[in-house]
Ligand binder design. Structure first.
Ligand code: ADP
Ligand code: MG
Length: 288
């Protein structure tokens, strides 16, 4: 593309207009348009469309970076068979977003350590961001600390308001927060402020019974639970630790191989023994 006096300023103009895609692609596209005799409006539309779609991609990338989700924890990588109480269809429907997020409904995931709560929460966050929603995931204790600092600066309300831009706030590991009068009442204020307006997802080891240890007093615990569950989907993930199960399965299959080698069974019998052992390593009641 040859530069004329008029086109010489084009890169500067496009940068000033914040159109990086057009700025990158116009020389190539203009050359093609000239060669193939495109009407001017076709060229303009093609460049605008690409700018818009790349802008959307850049936005999603920014939102993903800001969300602080755990790396690589997607729904596709989540083994739903390992958590029989969790409906894949339900989760897939929820990540389509919309009505529950508009209404500020909540998600609560309960299960022992290693049951997949953080993975599930991160995956839900990831899917929602792909659909244009904004998500922030934080360890509850970190967020509580941040709110506490804001409170000391007399800026708690503003700090909570800043979190309004997130359609979903994921508070991971609520059970690890410990009572400290000032701190956890900030958490209560956050929950109250988002009630019926902005969604919260909470992960915790225990469903409610241990929550007296989190909030300053019983009344506040009850009030917090009340607000959280009023409109909520609850995921009970009462399964054996996935990590431990994976380690156990690996150890078992290794010992199978060693057993087979030691016993030097005929090939047919070996296959039968292996087949029998395999479902046991995958079932949820190992180690019982
Ligand atoms: P929790 O937050 O409940 O303690 P995590 O989500 O951190 O558990 O899970 C522990 C590890 O096991 C992570 O690496 C996670 O990706 C993996 N994991 C747990 N459950 C599943 C599952 N159902 N499918 C695939 N990976 C899982
Ligand atoms: Mg976790």
């Amino acid at each position: 593309m040859s530069m004329t006096v008029e086109t010489a300023t084009l890169p500067t103009l496009l940068t000033a207009l914040r159109l990086p895609t057009v700025a990158r692609l116009w020389p190539e596209f203009c050359t093609r348009a000239d060669k193939e005799g495109w009407p001017a409006e076709r060229l303009l539309a093609a460049l605008c469309e690409l700018e818009l779609s790349e802008r959307e991609q850049r936005r999603i990338q920014r939102h993903l970076a800001a969300a602080r989700l755990p790396q690589g924890k997607t729904l596709d990588a989540f083994d739903f068979l390992a958590v029989p109480t969790l409906s894949q269809a339900r989760v897939r429907a929820l990540v389509e977003g919309d009505s529950w997020l508009q209404a500020g409904h909540n998600l609560l995931a309960f299960g022992p350590p290693g049951s997949g709560k953080t993975h599930l929460a991160g995956a839900i966050g990831y899917e929602l961001i792909q659909r244009g929603y904004r998500v922030l995931m934080a360890r509850t204790s970190d967020l509580v600390q941040r709110l506490q600092v804001a409170r000391q600066d007399l800026a708690l309300t503003q700090e909570i308001a800043k979190l309004d831009k997130f359609d979903l706030l994921i508070l991971d590991d609520l059970s690890y927060v410990r009572k400290d009068q000032a701190e956890t009442s900030a958490l209560f204020e956050l929950i109250s402020a988002r009630y019926e307006r902005r969604s919260i997802m909470i992960t915790a080891n225990q469903p409610f019974s241990g929550w007296d240890a989190i909030f300053p007093d019983r009344a506040m615990t009850i009030a917090a639970i009340d607000r959280l569950v009023h409109h909520a989907t609850i995921f009970e993930m009462n399964v054996e630790s996935y990590r431990r199960r994976a380690a156990y399965a690996a150890a078992t299959s290794l010992s199978d191989i060693e057993d087979d080698r030691d016993k030097q069974q005929p090939e047919k019998e070996t296959a039968t023994a292996k087949d029998n052992s395999r479902p046991a390593t995958l079932s949820s009641d190992i180690e019982t």
